[in-house]
Ligand binder design. Structure first.
Ligand code: 13P
Ligand code: 13P
Ligand code: MG
Ligand code: MG
Ligand code: MG
Length: 372
């Protein structure tokens, strides 16, 4: 068994919230090289999407492993120090606690981890997103693993006929449920169609009895109790041989569906699939971006990445996303561009309610003269 872990955090943006400074990436890479030399990791890559750094690592310590999480926390401390020195924006933004004790749960950084026995050929895709939330993976995961109009293999490949099991988290009540698809498809959609609350955490093949996908599910707004930005999620998907083909895994992103995030984590906007070079959301701190890094894993080591959305076949999705952005922007501060009140990450409404409490009056009270 090996474990593929993506651990990510925003430790400072260059410029504003738009990208990661090259010095930070270089420091993370040097730290990863050291950890490979020390035999903590089998292999590793550093990547980024927007202002979030991802450490993409293989190792033999399993999920939630203290040495791996401690190492990642230490790397993020170092990149934060660089961000502070350069005066980058939001240095240490996602490091919410000073009291780290061996596991990143509830500490701010996001992580997706998947344990598996390597197949003779092991294609995996690491998705990194910025300016959105973990529920953003619900729609594409549904399409990849449950929609035959997306995934021909569900019809053509006998190893896929039995379907897939989806593990869904309720982020508000911290509980989980398994949906057995296709039988539970309609029930599942009732929940995962509300991605700010219900989030697909993992997917398993029923025929292979193997995990096929893992997502990061932390929700910073709920952990921190203060505005710290949307959690900018990551996802791992294994492909081929009884799982969706690489092209079936990528296909959902040909439609730039709407997600929550973008400016101040407080707007609906289309998600734009981009190559690594274009993963720098600038316009209205968006539109939200997703990159797809494809690897073959061999003896626990990465062959790759290939920058899978750097394909002109996704140009149309990018231009549709730009058009959808024009349309939504014209709503300014109105819903549905702006998120509904309960999902807003700023506490302005709470402050307003306190300040205006004396001025609101019941419709049943006799009318007073209009104030002048
Ligand atoms: P190739 O014949 O190019 O290997 O393609 C097979 C396939 O299944 C593509 O999805
Ligand atoms: P990040 O979560 O990517 O830092 O974005 C925060 C934000 O407010 C963008 O406008
Ligand atoms: Mg930021
Ligand atoms: Mg970010
Ligand atoms: Mg963020």
């Amino acid at each position: 068994m090996i474990t593929l872990s993506i651990i990510k955090a925003d430790t400072g943006g260059f410029v504003g919230h738009s990208s990661v400074h090259p010095e930070m990436t270089a420091a993370a890479r040097a730290a990863l090289d050291g950890a490979i030399g020390d035999h903590l990791l089998l292999d590793a890559r550093v990547a980024s999407c927007g202002d979030d750094i991802s450490l993409i690592m293989t190792h033999e310590h399993g999920s939630d492993a203290e040495p791996v999480h401690t190492f990642a926390w230490d790397v993020f401390q170092r990149t934060t120090a660089i961000a502070k020195r350069l005066g980058l924006y939001g240095a240490g933004q996602d490091l919410l606690s000073d009291a780290f004790s061996g596991n990143l749960r509830g500490m701010g950084p996001g992580y997706a981890e998947l344990e598996f026995t390597e197949r003779p050929s092991e294609p995996v895709i690491c998705f990194l997103a910025d300016k959105t939330e973990p529920g953003a993976w619900n729609l594409p995961l549904y399409k990849m693993f449950a929609d035959p109009f997306n995934t021909a293999g569900l019809v053509i490949d006998a190893k896929m006929h039995a379907g897939f099991r989806f593990e869904v988290y309720d982020l508000y009540e911290e509980k989980r449920i398994w949906f057995d698809c296709p039988a539970d498809l309609y029930e599942m959609l009732m929940y995962i169609g509300a991605p700010s609350r219900y989030v697909v955490h993992s997917v398993r093949s029923k025929t292979l009895d193997e995990q096929a996908a893992a997502t990061s599910t932390q929700r910073l707004s709920l952990i921190a109790g203060k505005y710290v930005g949307k959690d900018d999620p990551v996802m791992i998907v294994r492909a081929q041989s009884g799982l969706p083909a690489v092209g079936e895994v990528l296909e959902p992103f040909a439609f730039p569906y709407a997600v929550a995030g973008c400016m101040r984590g407080s707007h609906h906007a289309p998600i734009m699939p981009v190559g690594v070079e274009q993963a720098t959301p600038s316009r209205f701190d968006g539109p939200p971006r997703v990159v797809a890094l494809g690897f073959q894993i061999r003896d626990g080591k990465f062959v790759g990445p290939r920058d899978l959305f750097a394909d002109p076949a996704f140009d149309r999705a990018r231009s549709q996303a730009a058009a959808a952005m024009d349309y939504l922007r014209r709503h300014g501060p109105f819903e549905p561009h702006r998120l509904p009140l309960e999902d807003l990450e700023y506490t302005t409404m709470h402050t307003l309610e306190q300040r205006l409490t004396d001025r609101w009056e019941s419709l049943d009270t006799p009318k007073l003269p209009v104030p002048r």
